[in-house]
Design a protein around this ligand. Structure first.
Ligand code: GRF
Length: 222
């Protein structure tokens, strides 16, 4: 296998997506290697998950900085110490400055709990229910300066049931997140996924504007 793909993961909370990324590397067939997990919150449980997996951790508390630009500059310095090929936002609850986003252009991924471009921002499960949507889901996308607006890589859709609450919906969407984020990381690490001039490309082909339409049964073949 060629050189590993160095990955740095940014978190703020529970880190269940981080766990899915870690678990996806267990069989040793992916060229991705998670070099560090960085959190802006010292109490984030995801830090423990990283330590359990023997991954380096760092805490960078945004409250110690006068403004977003200075925090982001220090965050870049910490991330770049691990020479990342890919930076993964996994529940990192900070809006990133344009300078940060530009610095990692084409190597910064995020996961969002909705079928983007629907429901950018917060409370996505509640909004999908209020909207009477038949389907809801999650999206992995390249990060650009537009919040939750970068080119889509992969989406997983689930049916909304009449008895769903925001909590039941969130749980089923989360389960899909844990499938599609490792898939996107693997594609990137294998050199199959990249950000082209007009959007995300997989195996040299432009992906649909809504990203690769993931279906659970396909995970084995993708
Ligand atoms: C996920 O719902 C993700 O879509 C959003 O933040 C949440 C992180 O959850 N960006 P976890 O910390 O990975 O459990």
């Amino acid at each position: 296998m060629s050189r590993p793909c160095n990955v740095v993961v940014l978190i703020s909370g529970s880190g269940s997506n981080l766990q899915a990324l870690i678990d996806s590397l267990a069989d040793g067939t992916s060229p991705a290697a998670i070099r560090a997990v960085i959190s802006n919150r010292a109490e984030a449980y995801g830090l423990q998950r990283a330590r359990n997996a023997g991954i380096a951790t760092e805490v960078l508390d945004h409250k110690g900085f006068a403004d977003r630009e200075r925090f982001d500059a220090e965050l870049i310095r910490r991330i770049d110490a691990f020479a990342p090929d890919l930076v993964i936002l996994a529940g990192f609850m900070r809006i990133l400055s344009p300078g940060f986003v530009r610095h990692y252009h084409g190597r910064l991924l995020n996961i969002h709990p909705s079928l983007l471009p629907k429901y950018k921002g917060l409370h996505t499960h509640q909004r999908a229910l209020e909207g009477g949507d038949a389907e809801h889901g999650c999206s992995v996308h390249f990060v650009t300066e537009e919040l939750d607006g970068g080119p889509l890589v992969v989406q997983a859709a689930i049916p909304v049931e009449s008895e769903d609450t925001p909590e039941t919906l969130a749980a089923r969407v989360h389960a899909q997140e844990h499938l599609i984020y490792p898939l996107a990381m693997r594609w990137f690490a294998e050199g199959r996924l990249r950000l082209g001039e007009h959007g995300a490309m997989l195996d040299g082909q432009a992906l649909p504007a809504t990203g690769y339409p993931f279906r659970t049964k396909e995970i084995r073949d993708a």
